[in-house]
Design a protein around this ligand. Structure first.
Ligand SMILES: [Fe+2]
Ligand SMILES: [Fe+2]
Length: 341
């Protein structure tokens, strides 16, 4: 096998939503992400997009939405995404998020101690499962930092469904209302993204060869421990790059397949440098026998798309030119204002 090209990690994730105003109320006003770009699709309304993120649209922090209006709902399954996780600094800040979401009428489960991080879960207004995960303690908690992913790791039984004190977990929440997002609550982009595949060893080979991601954890689904759960990332043998945690559950091959539609992830995009780099990636993917699309100008970035062997739709997107060029001054949306989308 030739040396793979290596992505820096996620560029963005794109979800299918049904109501732009409701999407903004949740992702911008409740979760505090910035609206960094928006495009309407007059010829094709299903191409209307909202882009939310951090720092004006830094790759790795971007959550994008296609507005499909009344289109049918999708469902997750093999070749689809189960959830996306946004990062937060500390367990204390995470408990503030639990309180803020619950007070807004959003049911929250957790915090669960996953070993590598702590997790709370909820759903956005269209049903996409979202997690807020703490930055640490990290993947080196149960194996050496310079040898991640080389052995099977079995989580302690106190972390597994059936071994946890669910009542104590439910009761854990910040004691006061949280009307304002404090600086330590800042959600810092895509912590990890988790999907389903039907052949985890094939996926390991594919993501290594196609994107240069390396296995950093071979474990099991802590909520269904007979299901394999493997983690990949940009990993140089010492550290795991932020915004690059890609994880898959292995479902039985006869289980249902993902169906695109409202409430589901449409695709996941990984970072490449620029258009010239993108052309080299295109050659690299073709040399693997894949059939990537042509390179498309999508305004804030250029990209191409290709499917993984299990059907997962992937994209490679350039870091530039970025979202600043996409928004003329008169289109800028003041914080708290309702934009015309
Ligand atoms: Fe997760
Ligand atoms: Fe995309």
């Amino acid at each position: 096998m030739t040396t793979p090209r290596i992505t820096d990690g996620f560029h963005h994730i794109t979800l299918v939503a049904s109501d732009a105003g409701r999407t903004l109320a949740f992702w911008r006003d409740l979760l505090g992400l910035e609206l960094v770009g928006q495009r309407t699709g007059p010829a094709d309304p299903s191409s209307a997009q909202l882009h939310l993120g951090r720092d004006g649209g830094r790759p790795g922090t971007l959550v994008s939405f296609l507005d499909w209006g009344d289109a049918p709902r999708g469902h997750y399954g093999i070749g689809g995404i189960h959830h996306l996780a946004l990062g937060v600094g500390t367990p204390e800040a995470q408990l503030r998020w639990k309180r803020r979401l619950q007070d807004a009428g959003v049911p929250v489960t957790g915090p669960y101690d996953r070993g590598y991080f702590r997790s709370i879960y909820f759903a956005d207004p269209d049903g996409q499962v979202v997690e807020i995960a703490t930055r640490g303690p990290g993947y080196a908690i149960d194996e050496p930092a310079d040898a991640l992913g080389q052995a099977d790791t079995i989580p302690p039984s106190a972390q597994l469904r059936g071994g946890r004190d669910e009542a104590a977990i439910r009761a854990l929440v910040h004691p006061e209302p949280v009307p304002v997002i404090t600086p330590e609550m800042r959600l810092d982009g895509l912590h990890h993204i988790t999907g389903m595949t039907d052949d985890i060893r094939r996926a390991d080979e594919f993501y290594h060869q196609a994107l240069g991601l390396r296995l950093v954890k071979r474990s099991v689904n802590q909520d269904a421990p007979d299901m394999p759960h493997w983690f990949w990332a940009r990993y140089d043998g010492r550290t795991v790059h932020p915004h690059s945690g890609w994880t898959l559950f292995e479902w039985p091959a006869m289980a249902r397949r993902a169906r695109a539609g409202v409430g589901q992830t449409h695709h996941v995009a990984f970072r490449v440098e620029d258009v010239e780099d993108l052309r080299e990636w295109q050659d690299h993917l073709r040399a693997m026998g894949l059939q990537p699309t042509g390179i498309e100008d999508r305004g804030a970035f250029h990209s191409l798309r290709f499917p993984a062997p299990d059907g997962m739709l992937l994209e490679l997107a350039t870091d530039g030119p970025g979202f600043a060029m996409e928004r003329r001054p008169e289109e800028r949306v003041e914080a708290g204002a309702t934009p015309a989308v």
